[in-house]
Design a binder for this molecule. Structure first.
Ligand code: BTN
Length: 260
């Protein structure tokens, strides 16, 4: 990857995302690196890429499996002029952008799962973890972390049933640098869409790729379980459920499962 990274740097010169690029053969977490850079005033579009992470993090304090030589672990710093209540739209637009790129490798097989997983054949191929530094009135910056399982062929124990990779699904090795270039180009396209046109088209696309809409789902968060038919995605990124008593309930965090 070290030589590939030089090619990458050239390809992203002058682009919205990646005009500033930091590559690490190994780091704790690209999100932690990006957060430090954000605090230090790094500009929008600064991208961190690592070949491996020793403390890769997922949602709900889970670990993100991050071995060397096979996958993509990357974080970009955003400084959008966005009301803080719209921050969850960032992970949603990113999910759509990633899904569209992965579609090229696995046509018609990509789905999204609330809140922001990308699935192939019901197994997770990509996870997104964003974190904002904001006060009630203003967003200072957002770090948008993306992990894509690209060429990994085997996952450790408990995640082997729920995770997959592009290599497993396509039967071939995928060059990571080309994928990163497409990823950041497409993220820039959908970011522009979000900031200039709003959330509408992003939400529409998300709903069309989601397998949950119309299904009975259960959302678990800490000790709480809510269930109902998934009917919509709210503008604040929550999943809207229609409970059996006809009430609309908003799920804003947790894990969602389709009930069969
Ligand atoms: C999830 O689905 O739980 C989110 C996983 C996010 C993983 C990525 S890999 C790059 C960035 N650095 C991290 O430590 N996490 C994110």
């Amino acid at each position: 990857m070290d030589r590939d990274w030089e090619i990458l740097e050239k390809s992203l010169t002058g682009k919205i995302f990646g005009h500033k690029l930091q590559y690490y053969p190994e780091t704790g977490s690209t999100n932690d690196e990006a957060f430090k850079l954000g605090i230090a005033g790094a500009p929008e579009g600064t991208v961190i890429i690592a070949d491996s992470q020793t403390e890769g993090r997922g949602r709900l304090h889970r670990a993100w499996h991050s071995p060397a030589g096979s996958n993509i672990y990357t974080t970009v710093i955003l400084r959008p002029q966005l009301e803080p209540s719209r921050v969850p739209q960032i992970s949603i637009f990113a999910g759509i952008a990633v899904a569209e790129v992965l579609e090229k490798y696995c046509p018609n097989r990509i789905n999204v799962k609330w809140p922001n997983d990308i699935l192939i054949n019901g197994k997770k191929v990509c996870g997104i973890l964003s974190q904002a530094k904001a006060d009630v009135n203003k967003v200072d910056f957002i770090i948008l972390g993306i992990g894509i399982n690209v060429n990994i062929n085997q996952f450790p124990g408990e995640i082997s049933n729920i995770a997959t990779s592009l290599a497993i699904e396509t039967g071939r090795e995928i060059p990571r640098q080309q994928l990163i270039i497409s990823l950041y180009e497409n993220l820039a396209k959908w970011y522009k869409q979000l900031l200039q046109e709003g959330f509408g088209r992003i939400k529409e696309k998300w709903l069309s790729l989601s397998l949950m809409i119309g299904q009975k789902v259960q959302v678990m968060f800490k000790d709480e379980i809510i269930s109902g038919a998934a009917v919509d995605l709210d503008d604040d990124g929550s999943l809207i459920l229609l409970a059996e008593d006809g009430k609309r309930i908003k799920a804003s965090a947790g894990d969602a499962t389709i009930m069969r």
